[in-house]
Design a protein around this ligand. Structure first.
Ligand SMILES: C[S@@+](CC[C@H](N)C(=O)[O-])C[C@H]1O[C@@H](n2cnc3c(N)ncnc32)[C@H](O)[C@@H]1O
Length: 271
């Protein structure tokens, strides 16, 4: 993967990275040998890892469609977007409403490099990409791309999908999500998936150790801790459940066992 034109000075190719491990496990092509080695080691510890990651991505697909179709949302702020993976969030939203607007945010230089794949908006809609760290919400909220793309007199869906398990307690993920929600008007929504070890504690614990050994310590949460993100919001049915149980549409959930899934998912409305 040395001749792919990526700016090697900014991308650490020697060490595995969460975005690229996810891409590898999902069957993508934007990873390095270190990511493949990490993904293989993790899948050895927990063979359900690909099922779990695919179920998270499928949840994103269903949740965005639900937000567009059922909640009428036309604007999205997506934090921790990841490497472009078809279908991307804007493709789902714009297939329901072509005028949908999406702001993508990630802090991994490889996502920036591949962000062209996130910018294929319909002519009626708009997408933009901001390279920023979740831990500095002001960098997102204060950016020109943010204010140019989203109209804060209308509802926005804040999507924070498969990222807060990389945010440790001292960095206060709950507080950061509140700060991102703060300027969004009533009727806005929060859609999140939140890593948990409650259904396969030993196996998921071993995977977390593999991440930690590669400098990506994890913070997995209980259902009570997951609820903290949604305090003061109105949870949509069925509340906070494992991702495969949230509005299943019969396309990918058959045969999934609870112990295969280490991710809660939920959508809630800001009153
Ligand atoms: C597992 S991927 C999830 C991608 C996508 N949201 C999904 O669920 O399909 C996690 C993403 O979060 C990004 N990420 C991790 N920590 C971050 C941070 N502090 N700020 C911004 N992005 C972050 C990673 O670069 C990666 O792209």
């Amino acid at each position: 993967m040395s001749d792919n034109g990526w700016p090697a000075d900014r991308i650490d190719t020697e060490h595995a990275h969460s975005a690229r491990i996810y891409d590898y496990i999902l069957g993508g092509k934007d990873y390095y040998p270190a990511d493949r080695e990490a993904g293989d080691a993790m899948a050895r510890e927990w063979p359900a890892l690909p099922v779990h990651m695919r179920a998270n991505r499928d949840w994103m697909n269903r949740a965005v469609r639900w937000l567009a179709e059922e909640a009428g949302i036309r604007q999205f702020l997506d934090i921790g977007t990841g490497i472009p993976t078809s279908p991307n969030l804007h493709e789902i939203a714009q297939s329901v409403a072509p005028d949908s607007r999406v702001v993508y945010v990630d802090n991994d230089p490889i996502v920036l490099t591949l962000s062209q794949g996130l910018l294929s908006s319909t002519p009626e809609g708009r997408t933009t990409y901001i390279e920023a760290d979740f831990q500095h919400p002001e960098a997102v909220l204060g950016s020109e791309e943010f204010s140019r793309t989203l109209d804060l007199t209308k509802p926005v869906a804040l999507t924070v999908i498969a990222i807060v398990h990389f945010v440790l307690d001292e960095d206060d993920a709950v507080g950061i999500v509140r700060r991102l929600l703060e300027p969004l008007p009533a009727g806005s929504h929060l859609a999140m998936t939140i890593g948990t070890a409650e259904f396969a504690p030993e196996e998921v614990g071993r995977v977390a150790r593999e991440y930690a050994a590669r400098d990506m310590p994890m913070r997995l949460r209980t259902i009570e801790e997951a609820h903290e993100f949604f305090e003061g919001l109105e949870l949509a049915e069925p509340g906070i459940v494992q991702v495969h149980k949230w509005h299943p549409d019969g396309t990918g959930e058959q045969g999934i066992r609870d112990e295969d899934i280490a991710m809660y998912g939920a959508v809630a409305r800001k009153p």
